[in-house]
Design a protein around this ligand. Sequence first.
Ligand SMILES: [Zn+2]
Ligand SMILES: [Zn+2]
Length: 102
Amino acid sequence: MASAAASPSQTCPMEKHLTCSICMDTFQDPVTTDCGHSFCKKCLSLNFNYTDRVCPLCKKPQNRLPDVNIVLRDIEAGSGERGGRPQKGAGNRDHSFQGDHL
Ligand SMILES: [Zn+2]
Ligand SMILES: [Zn+2]
């Protein structure tokens, strides 16, 4: 048995993939560009307003604002639940229960 590669056991390797390079916070409505970089939809659209439509990281021209990456969004939603990082006003859940607990 040749066990070549020891797998690095990091605590939370996903975390850095869930951080927007523009606002340095976890994604809100994460979008992924054609070049594979991810940002908040809000941050990227703001960036598109101020500059040409290029990726803020690698300056690759973008045709349009990408759609929300639902995979990233789900991952971030899952990590947020146990992470305890306060969500800032992203009320995009379908069923908005106005809490009736006491
Ligand atoms: Zn952002
Ligand atoms: Zn890029």
